[in-house]
Design a protein around this ligand. Structure first.
Ligand code: PMP
Length: 410
């Protein structure tokens, strides 16, 4: 019989030393996980081990340290491939993060395949990182940007999306999970519909990859981007997945070392995938440590994490709904553990500052989704986002904190 380890949040919290501290004299409650997650000990140890044991530049070295660093770096590529079930390691390109991945595709795919009169579709709930690179491309090429509208609950309107699709559509770039609303978008349907018109689809997986099971082959997306730091890994590293045939057809993004095969002043030939898109010395240490984060998540299990976070979401949604004057922004059919809210008569910034004095970290503002805030006619929200190490007791602290905030403004 298979042994199933019960989800033990107390044990998990021991792996995250940063959580064990007081802020303004109160035990820290960290609810800013959609901005960045905290790092478990194996990730911190992997960073130290790299710098203490085998720091060396990768790929071209023949000495022992360089070979060890290269093997570890490439080991993360294999771990990332498995994590999202990509077919081949050549389809995993390391970037600085989601933002760079999208910029890479907009610049490289855009240069090769988008021209005046073509159309690019995004949605109302995109992060600025999945808006601005496409706007820049449209400005350069004369292509047109269209936007899928959303309901008041925060779901995209599929019928409206279908109306936007045509033979002119060359790219659909959609967020899998909204960082501001928590909405899980029906990306598989969106992808299949786009493919019906021969359009390519980029999925922004920044918020999805830590919470949902990701299978890029089952999704059949053309590009998938995500960041290590939102899934318990270090900052400064991310992944661009692309279908091999597409990546092969795309021109390099940046020129420099590593991305070349041969250079002469007359003519340069480019390296094979994935190195064609990895110019210059990469972020070796953080990439190596990212593998420890992937292993950490795998060890606990995505399904167990997802189930626990859904419990926190349900508990938090009910608890916050009981606070007079509090309105949750984002009540989509399917959500991850993000609760954005406004409290009548109180500015979100004041809420954030007062909660901080009680040791509670939430994010306030537009969350890099200004057009989405405009859609709801609000300047911003307060956002509590839960990760695998958060607890119901911490949600109770948030509720108490919000009652205090209301009293101060009564
Ligand atoms: N897309 C979404 C949905 C995000 O939440 C974020 C990070 N807030 C990004 C893109 C950008 O990610 P990064 O800053 O790691 O490049």
């Amino acid at each position: 019989m298979e042994l199933v380890t019960a989800y033990n949040v107390t044990d998990i919290r021991k792996d995250f030393p940063i959580l064990n501290q007081t802020v303004h004299g109160k035990p820290l409650v960290y609810f800013d996980n959609a901005a960045t997650t905290q790092k478990p000990l194996p990730v911190i140890q992997a960073l130290t081990e790299y710098y203490q044991g085998y720091n060396a530049n990768i790929h071209r070295g023949i000495h022992t340290l360089a070979e060890k660093a290269t093997a570890e770096y490439e080991g993360t590529r294999e771990a990332a491939r498995q994590f999202i079930n990509a077919a081949q390691r050549e389809e995993i390109i390391f970037t600085r993060g989601t933002t760079e991945g999208i910029n890479l595709v907009a610049a490289s795919f855009g240069r090769a395949f988008i021209k005046a009169g073509d159309e690019i579709i995004i949605s109302t709930m995109e992060h600025h990182s999945n808006i601005v690179p496409w706007q820049m491309l449209c400005e350069e090429t004369g292509a047109k940007l269209s936007v899928i509208p959303i309901t008041d609950e925060g779901d995209i309107i599929l019928e409206e999306y279908e109306k936007l699709l045509s033979e002119k559509t060359k790219m659909v770039a959609l967020v899998y999970v909204s960082n501001s609303l928590g909405t899980i978008n029906p990306v598989k349907q969106v992808i299949d519909l786009a493919h019906g018109y021969g359009a390519r689809v980029l999925v922004d997986g920044a918020q999805a990859t830590a919470h949902l099971d990701i299978d890029v082959q089952a999704l059949d997306c053309d590009f998938y981007v995500f960041s290590s730091h939102k899934m318990y890994g270090p900052t400064g590293v991310g992944v661009l997945y692309g279908k091999k045939a597409l990546l092969e057809a795309m021109p390099p993004y940046q020129g420099g070392g590593e991305m070349i095969k041969d250079v002469s002043f007359e003519r340069t030939t480019y390296n094979e995938l994935p190195y064609k898109f990895e110019a210059g010395t990469p972020n070796i240490a953080d990439t190596v440590a990212f593998k420890a984060a992937l292993q950490y998540v795998n060890n606990i299990g995505k399904a167990a994490i997802g189930e626990y976070e859904q419990e926190l979401l349900a508990y938090g949604t009910e608890a916050l709904s009981g606070i007079p004057g509090l309105r949750i922004i984002g009540q989509a059919r399917e959500k991850i553990s993000v609760i954005s809210f406004r409290v009548e008569g109180i500015h979100h910034q004041d809420i954030g500052i007062i909660l901080d004095t009680q040791g509670i970290a939430v994010r306030t503002g537009h969350h890099c989704t200004q057009p989405l805030m405009q859609r709801f006619g609000i300047p911003g929200t307060s956002r509590a986002s839960f990760a695998m190490y958060n607890t119901k007791e911490e949600i109770d602290r948030l509720v108490q904190g919000l009652h205090k905030v209301r009293k101060m403004f009564a």
